[in-house]
Design a protein around this ligand. Structure first.
Ligand SMILES: C[S@@+](CC[C@H](N)C(=O)[O-])C[C@H]1O[C@@H](n2cnc3c(N)ncnc32)[C@H](O)[C@@H]1O
Length: 333
């Protein structure tokens, strides 16, 4: 079970509570050894994110090729009133993978929850983002939780009761494998309970060129983001990768409807982690990310699996991205 501690920091605003859950190096290294032993070797995309990785992701969202963030913002810009009305009472807004918290701000300002709960694995980045929100909205209570949401959800005990809304934007759901997507939505359904709802930002299946470019920009920011995973794994799991010896590759797999992101060894990298050695010869690949793309039907199936239904959805003007409202219960015929 994860241990939880309420941290107190020097410049904490009075409306901010910061909760840290423990992530022992031994657990991380065991996990890394297991995933590097798979064929093909893998690393979980959660290792992209320390403060530097979160900053690189922020830079990705501003790239001309990365349409996802702009499309999602366009939906918010055009439909915010309708979205807030459809949500109904929102006492608590919970955002797993909250990043810089920029997307949730308009929602917080209009839906007026009493508490906002950002949850993110990148603890220091979360601290800064949560502090900004707490300062901008002094009437709001902010309970920021630094946690790995792929582990147990014991931290939900820190989330106040009431009508809970989970806001899960950015198509982060697509980084899970299909089984894990279903488990995650089921977990979110449990968190919101019978009176809540989930507002899900989902990237839609589209032509492969647009998708491939979104994950392989000409400025090389996604490449830097991808390589950063090795630095984070070195730090968190005690590995000794040489990030500069690896290059970025991304392609769209239309059959599985997913972006596949790899790191390719340009020269041999012999590493050790958790007491185990791995030798990556030139040309060896490590799979670092899948980013699944969805159809509306996929979203309906995911919702149904968790005992939810797709109550409403909004698209950007080019139908590239979808904001979906999932509510408890089965869809009416
Ligand atoms: C693709 S970014 C999305 C950020 C932001 N929500 C947005 O839409 O722009 C994924 C976010 O999820 C966080 N994250 C990834 N894996 C996580 C995990 N296992 N537990 C908690 N947070 C995680 C990352 O730190 C990052 O902030």
């Amino acid at each position: 079970m994860t241990s939880i501690s309420a941290g107190s920091k020097r410049d904490e605003p009075s409306n901010l509570r910061f909760i840290e859950t423990s992530r022992p190096v031994v657990d991380e290294s065991r996990e890394v050894v297991a995933s590097l032993s798979e064929q093909p070797p893998r690393l979980s995309p959660k290792y992209f994110y320390d403060s530097q990785g979160s900053e690189l992701f922020e830079a990705i969202t501003e790239l001309p090729e990365y349409y996802l963030t702009r499309a999602e913002a366009e939906i918010f810009g055009r439909h915010l009133d309708e979205i807030v009305e459809a949500l109904g009472v929102a006492d608590v807004i919970i955002e797993p993978g909250s990043g810089n918290c920029s997307k949730v701000l308009p929602l917080l300002e209009r839906a007026l929850p009493h508490t906002f709960v950002p949850i993110d694995i990148a603890g220091n980045f979360l601290w800064e983002a949560a502090k900004d929100v707490a300062r901008q909205l002094p009437e709001l209570s902010v309970t920021a939780i630094a946690a790995d949401f792929t582990r147990d959800w014991t931290f939900t005990q820190a989330i106040p009761a009431g009508h809970r809304i989970v806001f899960y934007p950015g198509s982060t759901l697509g980084n899970f494998e299909p089984d894990a997507q279903r488990d995650f939505i089921t977990q979110l359904a449990r968190v919101v309970g019978a009176r809540g709802a989930i507002l899900l930002g989902i990237d839609l299946h589209k032509d492969g060129v647009t998708l491939q470019q979104a994950y392989d920009d000409t400025a090389g920011v996604t490449a830097a983001f991808n390589r950063n995973i090795l630095r984070v794994v070195n730090e968190r799991a005690g590995a000794d990768f040489k990030p500069d010896q690896w290059r970025h590759e991304a392609r769209y797999n239309p059959d599985l409807r997913r972006i596949e992101m790899d790191l390719i060894a340009e020269s041999e990298d012999a590493i050790s982690v958790g007491g185990q050695g791995f030798v990556f010869p030139p040309g060896a690949a490590i799979r670092t990310e899948h980013s699944y793309k969805f159809t509306l039907e996929d979203i309906q199936h995911l919702a149904a699996h968790a005992g939810l239904s797709l109550a409403k959805h909004w698209l950007d003007n080019q139908s590239r991205f979808c904001l979906a409202l999932l509510v408890p219960g089965t869809a009416s015929p």
